[in-house]
Structure formats: C-alpha cells, structure tokens
Design a protein around this ligand. Structure first.
Ligand code: DGJ
Length: 559
C-alpha cells in the first residue's frame, strides 16, 4: 500500500497534539468476563455512557468548540463522532488529518473518549460522504443499479476499486490513530460505515451483481448455516429449513427466490465488504470494530427499508460473512427497545447501542438502564447529542447516576449480580407494565412501574406526572448486589418489593434503606435514612418519578 500522506500537515498537527513518538499501550480490546464481553481501555474495563453527534457537527471544529464541555457536563464519558472519507482524502492519496486530530485534542482536553464512525463508502445506504473523485468516476467506482439499469447514489459492492480505495483510506485512518493515539487510547472503537443497506430495491441489479447472483451460494455461508442450524435466528432458520436446508445451490434454491433471497445475497456481499474493510483497518491498528444497522419496520418488504444490513433476520449472514467485525449494533428509534436489544445480545454478540431516540425523549434514560443493567451493554448513545437542551430529571441526571454506579456495574458485568428493568413497549407503542420479577442473590424482587398508590384519572403524555402513561414508559432502573444481603437500587418511577427465594414461608424485611450518592472520589455520601412513609412502613422501596436516584438497601429474612 502506498500512501502519499501530506507529511508536513501531519507533523504540524502531531506537534500540536504533543504526540511525539508515543509509547505503545495495549490497544482497546474486548475481553470475556463471565457470560459477556467487556471493553478494555488503558488496561481497565470501560462503560461508554455516550451520545452520538449529529452528522455534520464534527466537520467543524468551531461548531464543536462549545459542545465538548457541555457534553462532559451532561455526564457523558464517550462521544460517537463521524470521520468522513471526503474530508480526510479530498485528493486521492493525500490525507488531511485535521478533522481527526482536532477532535482527539478536544476530547482529551475534556476527558472524553471517542468512538469514530467511519463514513466511508456508505452512510445511511447512500454514498454521499465519499470524496468527489470517487463520486465522479462511475467507471472506476460503479454504482448499484435498479433492475432497469438506472444507477443510484449507492456504490456497488462489486466494484473492486471501490473496496481497494475504501480499504486504503480506512487503513490510513487506523494507522494515523495508531500513530497519534495508541498511548492515550482516546479513540476506543471504530464503526465501519454507517447503516449499510440497499434502497429502493432488495439488491443491486448491475451486470456484475446479476452475474454473482447466478453463482452458487458461497461455501462459507452454507457451512455457517449447517454448523449453527439449531441456533439460527428464527427468520433465517425458517427461510433455509423451509427449502429443505440445502447445502448447495443458487440463492433462489437455498432461500426461495424473490426479494427474500435477493436480500440475503445483498447482506452477504455487504458483510464481505465490511469484513475486508475491518481486516485492512485491524492490520493497521487492531481496536474493536463493529457495524450498525437501521432497523426495519414490521410488514415492510426488502427495498422499502435499507436491505441487507445486519438486521435481526440477517444476523447469521453477517456473522458468517464478517469474522473481523467484533459485533453488530442496533440503532434504535422504535418503541420496542426491549425486544430489539434482547435479539442483539447473544453469546457471540456483545450489546452496544450506538444510536437511540434523541436524549430529550424521556424513554432514552430508562433504555440505557435496561440495556446496561439487564444485558451488560458496553455502552449506549442517544443520537444528535449536541442538539440536546438538558432538563432536570432527564438524561443528564440519569447519566450522573450511571457514572456513580460505573465501578459497581463493571464489577457485576457477566455475573448474575446485576439486573435491569423497564416497561416493555410494543412496536405500536402499547405499554406492557405489569410488575416484573428479578432474582438477585437470596431475594426475589418485584418491580412495579406505576409509582403511585392510586390510578391516575386521566393518564396522559406528561412524563413528569406519576401514573401517566408517559411517566410509566420512562420508568426503569437496575439492581446490583454488593454484599450477601446488600443491594444498590437505582432508577426512577419504580416501587420494589422483595421475598426470600429459598423459603416460600419466609418474609423479607428492610434492615436499612438509605438514599444518597457517590462523590467524585467514589465514597458513599448517605442522605436520608428511609423508613416510615418512605418505605411504606418497611414494605417496599420506592424511587419516585422524575428523579433518577440511588438507594442502598440491606434486607433480612424473618418468619
Ligand atoms: C440514523 C443515522 O445512522 C444517523 O446518521 C442519522 O442520519 C439519523 N438516522 C437521523 O435520525
């Protein structure tokens, strides 16, 4: 690989970052802990209490200037930020790292970590972040085509030069990150492309794509299906088994033809492209790399949504085609958050939510508590975090609580000492808020969401009013066991009762329940000792609506 990097520009920026000959630290990595994986940065486990910048924010250091501190003040520790191909390689082979280095410098100055989003060949299906020299050369960088031959503004996965050029730019970015950041580990992960997927048809219909579609399904994909036959996601299992679980043949033979097979074909080729990109990047600097996905609405057919991304029904195709990708990550803007994240947390896929409802949406914080508490998510990031005006009781407060709990969360990840909860919502926004139970240590906890003694006459849309449907949707929390009978309970809008698990005839009582917080040094600062009305005379723990908080609870068993 030859890189005609603009050396003078690089050395000037490198000097301004004080990055002369950094000593190598271990690169950020994923490491197994119990039944999950943790992100290890600077040798220590890390939880990304994060937010993603709006798309164009990072293209201007001046625009971003006031935001870095604001994000830190909102209790974030990680910012997901785009790095675009058009800005780093405006002329082929000549790299300009100013947009990257200014972000690293600002993040460091504000004690923030970064997840870099590589806006390369594809961003939200389209190829609008590629440099003009790519956009304008359709011979060398062919477009995907509709069945009638019309090109779309989406690069074809069948352009060999496209893969080579994207790999070269991406590998140069990773080499640059290694050069300027391997000592500090400010950049902790990289997202490969953004929301890959074909529109407005299920697959590319260019001549090269049509020829590839006539080829047999590759052995790597078939072998994966065979090896994982009993564990395939239901959509894929059905599609393949219904056609007799064939181990050779065309895409139509194995997957039934039509848009469904066309989408599997598209997914395979997108996965192979992203995998080869990740492989080239990791050869330069091996830090965790993942692909994110725009989810599909129920009832839509391929092409009506970005087709072929790592969607719930295509996870197996991506796992087979993307061995260099550390995990696949859902962007979640739909109400059925709980069901979605449960599909993406798998033994072979750690959970990370790079994008979610904007932070001003009251459910955002509860979603973070659920994903982190229940499913050991390594991070959570609402979208367009730079455009959020924080309100009391909102994400800032919830993130403040998560920051305080971070050491306890990291310690409990991969064990059965931590649970999370929030009311489940269906795609159509139906709220399922019957009380839920969770077993933690010797006690069974029952979590009720209404947070009121009596039903509200007119349930409505005000999330700050206990008992309204909006408040219930925004309720949630987590429980972490910290000792034999000791627990941290954090959240809002919940009422929690408890029973010993071992003996059905025994009862649980509150030894003590303290509200309080952890100070900047991690020391517990107790506030009120909660008793009497605050615990309903020892019957429950209650974390009221509208204020994210922590209580330290000690239980005991009696008969
Ligand atoms: C999802 C994309 O990944 C983001 O870059 C942004 O376009 C948002 N959608 C907008 O809602």
């Amino acid at each position: 690989m030859t890189l005609r990097t603009t050396l003078t520009a690089v050395s000037a920026l490198t000097a301004s970052l004080c990055l002369t000959a950094p000593a190598l630290a271990d690169p950020p990595r994923l490491e197994t802990k119990g039944d999950t994986q943790q992100l290890i940065v600077n040798g220590k486990p890390m939880l990304m209490i994060a937010g993603e910048l709006s798309n164009s924010a990072s293209s201007s250091a001046a625009y971003m200037e006031p935001h870095w501190k604001r994000l830190k003040d909102m209790n974030l520790d990680t910012v997901l930020t785009p790095v675009s191909w058009e800005l780093i390689e405006p002329t082929e082979g000549t790299f300009d790292w100013s947009s990257v280095d200014s972000q690293i410098k600002a993040a460091r100055a504000n004690d923030l970590k970064l997840v870099v989003l590589w806006f390369g060949a594809w961003k939200n299906s389209m190829s609008t972040y590629v440099p003009a020299w790519v956009k304008r050369d359709q011979q060398r960088f062919p477009r995907a085509q509709l069945p009638n031959g019309q090109g779309v503004e989406i690069l074809s996965t069948f352009g060999a030069e496209t893969l080579k050029a994207d790999q070269r730019a991406y590998a140069a970015l990773m080499a640059h990150l290694k050069a300027v950041d391997s000592k500090d580990n400010t950049v902790v992960m990289v997202q490969v492309e953004n929301e890959i997927g074909m529109l407005p048809v299920a697959r590319d219909y260019s001549a090269a794509a049509n020829a590839a579609y006539r080829e047999p399904v590759p052995a790597e994909l078939v072998n994966y299906l065979v090896a994982h036959k009993d564990a395939l996601v239901p959509g894929m299992r059905r599609m393949w088994l219904e056609r007799g679980a064939r181990t050779s043949g065309s895409w139509d033979d194995l997957f039934g033809g039509g848009d469904a097979s066309a989408e599997v074909f598209a997914a395979w080729h997108y996965a192979r492209f992203a995998d080869q990109l990740a492989a080239a990047g990791k050869a330069a600097y091996p830090i965790p790399m993942y692909v994110n996905v725009a989810l599909n609405r129920p009832g839509r057919i391929p092409g009506e949504y970005p087709s072929g991304g790592p969607l719930p029904h295509l996870l197996d195709v991506w796992k087979a085609g993307g061995p260099h990708l550390d995990f696949l990550a859902p962007d979640i803007y739909f109400p059925n958050f709980v069901d979605i994240v449960n599909g993406y947390k798998r033994p072979d896929n750690v959970l990370f939510i790079p994008e979610a409802h904007n932070a001003s949406n009251p459910v955002a914080a509860a979603n973070a508590f659920y994903a982190i508490g229940q499913l050991d998510a390594i991070g959570f990031g609402p979208f367009s975090i730079d455009s959020v005006d924080e309100e009391p009781g909102g994400l800032k407060d919830a993130y403040g609580v998560l920051q305080q709990l971070k050491p306890y969360i990291l310690d409990a990840q991969g064990t059965d000492r931590m649970v999370g909860f929030k009311p489940r919502q269906l795609y159509d926004e139906t709220l399922v808020y019957e009380p839920e139970t969770r077993d933690v240590g010797p006690y069974r906890f029952t979590i009720a969401y209404a947070d009121i003694q009596k039903p509200v006459a007119n349930p409505g849309a005000d999330a700050s009013q206990p008992g309204t449907t909006a408040a219930i949707a925004a309720a949630g929390g987590m429980i972490i066991q910290t000792g034999p009978e000791e627990y941290l309970i954090a959240g809002q809008g919940i009422t929690v009762t408890f029973k010993p698990r071992a003996d059905a005839s025994a009862l649980a009582g509150i030894d003590s329940a303290w509200e309080g917080h952890y100070d900047a040094t991690g020391k517990w600062v107790a506030q009120r000792l909660l008793n009497g009305d605050q615990t309903h005379q020892g019957r429950h723990v209650r974390l009221g609506t509208g204020q994210w908080q922590i209580q330290r609870l000690k239980l005991y068993t009696y008969k």
